[in-house]
Every structure is written in C-alpha cells, then in structure tokens.
Design a protein. Structure first.
Length: 254
C-alpha cells in the first residue's frame, strides 16, 4: 500500500475538525484537538487560508471553513444534479434541433463537457464527455464567463490563444462581447474553435439563481446559421432547454 503524505493528512484533519462541532475554533483549540504543536498548526492554517479553504475572523482570530472549500463541495453536488436534471431536456434539444447538444461546467480554466447527445442522424460521431474546451472561443465558455464571476476571472487570465483565424485574441474585445452575451442571454461561436462549425449556448442557473453550467448545440455553419447569425429558432430552442433545466434545479419561472 502506498504511504500517505503526512502534510495532507494533517490538513485534512484540520478541515474535518472545522467542519464539525463549533463554527469557529482558535489556534489553541485546533492544535490541541489534532495533537500538533501550535507552530505546526499555524503553518497548516496559513497555507489553507492562502488557498481559500480556511478563513480567519478579524475580530476573534478564530478559524472557520473558507468559501473555496464550499464552492468545491457545491460544484461536486451541482454537477451530478445538473447532469441528472438535464438528461431528458438535452435529448429533446438534440432531437428538435437536429444538432449535437452539449452540457458544460467550469473546470480548471475551461469548459468540462459533462453530457453530450449525438446529432440524431447516422453520421459517425465521437463522444466528448470529459473533454475540456476553451472558455474564450466556445459558446459554452462565453456563457459561463458572462454570468459566472469565477469563470470570468479565469477567462480573462487565460492566454487567449488563436485556435482559428476567427478566434478573439484580445482580452478587451472578448470582455466587450460578454456584455452583449449578458444583454441577450445567449452566446454564439462561429468558427472560433473549429473552422466551419458554429455553436449556440445559454446559461443554466440553480435555485439561488447562480450559474451552474451551460447548455448548447454545435453543428456545421450552413445548418446553424442564417446568414452570419445563428437561426432564431435554434437560439430559442437552446434558451428553452436552459430554462427547463434551470426550473428543474429550483430556479422557478423566468
């Protein structure tokens, strides 16, 4: 059996301690509970604090679980619930649009595809579940960056690599485009990630009206576009799907 890493075991012990019992604990309480010297415990807490897993109250000096740990936990739960709620709706979206439907969430500075429904024809297709797509060049990524502050920060810190000749590579121009995405409620991608391929995506929100993912369709430009813009019926279908999944997640009617 592989040996465990002691520092990680100690950090995990701190987090478990803060997750139970009193909401906030002082340095002495934590060091005594996990059986470590105060200096060692303080070093662990400082590292966890720097990573956002622990927060320190400015008045009392006591420690509690941080927002980053909560976000990671919620992300795990949200992805599983999101995919389960979206299964039927994305199937309907692929069938009604005649295009491939995708469900994506923010992950490691990109869009993680957590569900993919094949285009309903006899063409040969590759399942993309588990693929990580760029934030700055995909419709799914633009939607996440427009409505999720964390995704926005990660997108703006990316290298804005030119994937095709149509990819937006200037951060300022990308950010201006996000304002339009927020105003109209959906995003498009015309040849920015794959030449000759266009996409449309819309945000999915949960019961708190917080963005938890995005849903969209992708297909050949000649099928998706009407002139230079996505077909209005296709945009409506994607937005209806996003609303339906959001309602199933408790967002209510909107």
């Amino acid at each position: 059996m592989a040996r465990s890493i002691q520092s990680l075991e100690r950090a995990a012990a701190v987090l478990r301690l803060l997750a139970g019992g009193e909401r906030r604990l002082g340095l002495s309480d934590i060091s005594s509970a996990i059986g470590l010297a105060k200096a060692t415990t303080h070093g662990l807490l400082r590292t966890l604090q720097q990573e956002g897993f622990v927060e320190q109250d400015e008045v009392s000096g006591k420690y509690q679980l941080g927002a980053e740990l909560l976000r990671l936990g919620n992300s795990y739960l949200d992805v599983h619930e999101l995919r389960a709620r979206a299964l039927v709706w994305t199937d309907d979206l692929a069938r009604s649009s005649g295009e491939s439907a995708y469900l994506g969430v923010l992950h490691k500075g990109g869009v993680l595809i957590v569900h993919h429904v094949f285009r309903p024809d006899d063409s040969r297709q590759v399942l993309e579940v588990g693929a990580l797509h760029p934030l700055h060049s995909t419709a799914l990524g633009k939607v996440l960056a427009a409505f999720d502050p964390v995704a926005h920060n990660e997108a703006m810190e990316s290298d804005f690599a030119a994937i095709t000749a149509a990819t937006v590579t200037e951060p300022a121009a990308f950010d201006r485009g996000l304002a339009e995405v927020r105003a109209r409620g959906w995003a498009g991608d015309v040849g920015e990630t794959w030449e000759g391929v266009a996409s449309v995506a819309a945000p999915i929100v949960d019961r708190r009206r917080m963005p938890v993912g995005a849903v969209g369709v992708t297909g050949a430009e000649e099928r998706v576009l009407d002139g230079s813009e996505p077909r209005s019926a296709l945009v409506a279908a994607v937005r209806d799907c996003a609303r339906a999944v959001s309602r199933d997640l408790g967002a209510g009617r909107f």
